[in-house]
Design a protein around this ligand. Structure first.
Ligand code: ADP
Ligand code: MG
Length: 689
């Protein structure tokens, strides 16, 4: 149950003044449904303005506040043209205040001819004349109504304006109660941090490092605490010790010797599975590192010990691929393997369900359908989750709760998460790392090309396809409400263009297609019927088409290093030499340049991930967060690096020395922050365990 003190923060935003039905959509688009969401909608940056006596004292491009006398309105001649208001400063310099569209109505009201007004905005130059386009503020006096000299800039969605969000934030802050302090006193004092309420208020006012750090710490603390609770609960759960005798594994006839890292991981997993507390282990291994065979060995351990194993894949297509691979590899062992997806209906499905219940099926591979209510196992001993990051925590918990005894869990990820982040995201798990690739892998020839070489590129792709090989063409896709539609449009446009050249040989996949359409396109490509797959990043996870040997990535600088690496890993899977072409835009930031250089020079996923972390932590306070992949919405990577260890130590102190959530003071406060930051799954495991 959520602590009562949080109730005002979880009230709907509709209860705020000024929110009508019109704002509902744009608010939802930004995820602002409750007061707490508004409070945590922290500014992306701040504008700093300078009050100037006259425009001689201001520079073009600068944010200023200046007093102007309104002299003339010049309505536009065309309906789409600008409405210009001419005004002069104390020295007689003329400045145009320029409005487009509906804003010109407001201008007429706010800027009567002959009056003096204080105007805030960015000074610009147009046709030899100074101008301010859509001033941020107009006021009759240079007092509070003028706006702050330092002003927050929020992420918007269509229909919302900066002043509107600022007003919602202000109202929300006034409703925020003081919360009990959950941070260890010594930590607070050492950093000089403000209370939660003060921190929220300050973080909306200016670029306040202490306030931001405190809020980031809160998130890390809540996260670490929740993970610790999961871990504790898991330790107390009853598991099933599974000791394989090797009789099935001995029958495997692998066409290759296992690498050292594979063998080590298998030993670690088997060691865990032999214990009576359930395993929670993460197998981390770069694309192509050979995780599947490790998973198979683990599943055979379970079967040898008389239990069943289930393997969960994030998509239908991947489930099918795994099924085929495992069935082929495991044939000599004689174990029964089945595939179960949401598509299976009727008799086929019934017979699989029977087999799982009576134990005649040893291993099942599938999508989340394998964990529906209606699916019962005779004795499920091991769950393998492929591509862990695609599954939320709630799914992890759901899995853990299936059956009277908790099955062992092996999660696998190809995201080469840096060590610091492994701890932050998967602190409840032990980790095995496949840090060497199987021998004989060919390097992927990686090149950076300016985007104006597109024609050459399409020609080269033509030759490539004619020689019988396949290719990926990736367009960027940013998870941002403003640009998302544009990104889809860009992918559609590229698809249309390539289709003119390659006809039916091209297929398109992006996140807004219906799942069946997407699957069908993927399947055609996987079967070799389609030669070119145009996609947004949905191909990232696990697709294995060895005949695809060319990867083109458009606007490569918009991707993070880890993502680029994942994408590149789609090629270089067969015996043919593979190529990855990174198309870059004409304007490239220093960071963008470095990223592409690194991609050219290294193919080591772990190294690239560490470098990525360094590049991104490059001293930006407000930082850039990449599509939530690190699992944090407040803390930036830099803050994670700076504060995670402290948060972990404080959590350890609380749980191990101070009685955890049962501590009369800090325990209650800790419960508050878990709910506030939606890490209450930590509390819920306590109950389910
Ligand atoms: P991933 O870790 O990306 O899931 P896979 O399990 O799909 O990687 O393995 C990639 C390829 O490498 C497969 O074709 C697999 O058969 C092969 N492979 C796995 N282990 C070895 C090994 N020890 N030596 C040689 N090839 C291997
Ligand atoms: Mg895999």
């Amino acid at each position: 149950m959520r602590p009562d003190i949080l109730n005002p923060l979880f009230a709907e935003t509709e209860s705020l003044e000024g929110i009508g039905p019109k704002l509902k959509k744009p608010m939802e688009k930004l995820g602002l449904t409750r007061i707490r969401d508004v409070l945590y909608h922290l500014p992306e940056r701040f504008v700093t303005r300078r009050a100037v006596a006259d425009l001689d004292d201001a520079n073009v491009g600068e944010q200023v506040v200046v007093a102007l006398d309104v002299t003339e309105h010049r309505a536009s001649r065309s309906p789409r043209g600008p409405h210009r208001v001419l005004a002069s400063d104390a020295k007689g310099n003329i400045c145009a205040l320029t409005y487009f569209g509906r804003a010109s109505y407001t201008a007429k009201k706010q800027l009567p001819v002959g009056e003096k007004r204080w105007v805030a905005g960015r000074l610009d130059q147009y046709d030899q004349m100074l101008q301010i386009v859509h001033p941020d503020h107009i006021a009759e006096k240079s007092d509070g109504a003028m706006g702050q000299l330092v002003e927050p800039v929020y992420r918007l969605s269509e229909g919302l304006t900066q002043p509107r969000i600022a007003s919602l934030v202000e109202q929300s802050i006034s409703r925020a109660p003081e919360l009990p302090e959950w941070i260890e006193r010594s930590t607070m004092e050492r950093h000089g941090w403000p209370s939660w309420r003060e921190a929220i208020a300050a973080a909306h006012k200016s670029e306040n490092v202490k306030a931001r750090d405190r809020l980031a710490y809160d998130e890390l603390f809540a996260n670490a605490l929740a993970l610790m609770l999961v871990r504790e609960t898991n330790r107390k759960r009853r598991g099933q010790p599974l000791q394989g005798d090797g009789h099935l594994r001995d029958k495997l006839q692998l066409p290759f010797p296992l690498t050292g890292a594979q063998q080590r991981s298998i030993d670690e997993i088997a060691g865990d599975m032999a214990q009576s507390s359930p395993m929670l282990r993460l197998l981390q291994g770069d694309v192509g590192a050979g995780k599947t065979v490790v998973a198979l060995e683990a599943m055979l351990v379970a079967v040898e010990a008389g239990a069943q194993a289930a393997m969960l894949a994030p998509t239908e297509l991947l489930a099918r691929q795994h099924f085929e691979t495992l069935r082929t590899m495991a044939r000599p062992t004689g174990v029964e393997i089945a595939l179960l997806t949401g598509r299976d209906k009727g008799r086929a499905r019934e017979s699989i369900l029977m087999g799982l219940l009576d134990g005649s099926i040893d291993i099942v591979v599938g999508t989340h359908a394998i964990f529906q209510e209606s699916v019962s196992y005779k004795n499920l001993g091991l769950v393998v989750i492929d591509e862990q990051h695609r599954f939320g925590v709630s799914q992890r918990l759901m899995l853990a709760q299936k059956g009277r005894v908790t099955p062992h869990t092996l999660a696998m990820t190809a995201t080469p998460i840096p060590r610091t982040l492994v701890l932050a995201n998967h602190g409840e798990m032990e980790v095995s790392r496949l840090d060497d690739l199987p021998p004989g892998r060919q390097a992927i020839d990686t090149r950076v090309l300016p985007v104006d070489r597109l024609d050459d590129l399409v020609a080269a792709m033509g030759r490539h396809v004619e020689s019988g090989q396949q290719a990926y063409w990736v367009c960027p896709m940013v998870r941002d409400s403003e640009t998302m539609d544009n990104d889809i449009a860009a992918a559609e446009a590229r698809y249309a263009g390539l289709r003119e050249r390659f006809g039916e040989d091209v297929v398109l996949v992006h996140g807004q297609l219906a799942p069946e359409e997407k699957d069908a396109a993927m399947a055609r490509f996987a079967a070799g019927e389609a030669k070119v797959l145009v996609a947004t990043t949905v191909i990232e996870v696990g697709v294995d088409v060895p005949n695809a040997t060319l990867m083109v990535i458009e606007q490569a600088e918009r991707f993070g290093l880890a993502q680029l690496h994942q994408l590149r890993g789609r090629v270089g899977r067969g015996s043919e030499k593979s190529t990855c072409l990174l198309l870059r835009s004409a304007e490239l930031s220093e960071t963008g340049k470095k990223r592409l250089e690194l991609m050219k020079s290294s193919q080591d996923g772990f190294l690239l991930a560490e470098e990525d972390l360094k590049l991104r932590g490059g001293g930006e306070l407000l930082g850039t967060r990449q599509s939530g992949e690190e699992g944090f919405s407040i803390a930036t990577l830099e803050q994670v690096t700076k504060l995670l260890e402290i948060a972990n130590a404080d959590v350890k102190l609380l749980v191990e020395r101070q009685g955890g959530l049962s501590n009369p003071e800090r325990g209650e406060a800790a419960r508050v922050v878990l709910y506030l930051l939606e890490r209450d799954w930590g509390v819920q495991t306590l109950r389910s365990g």
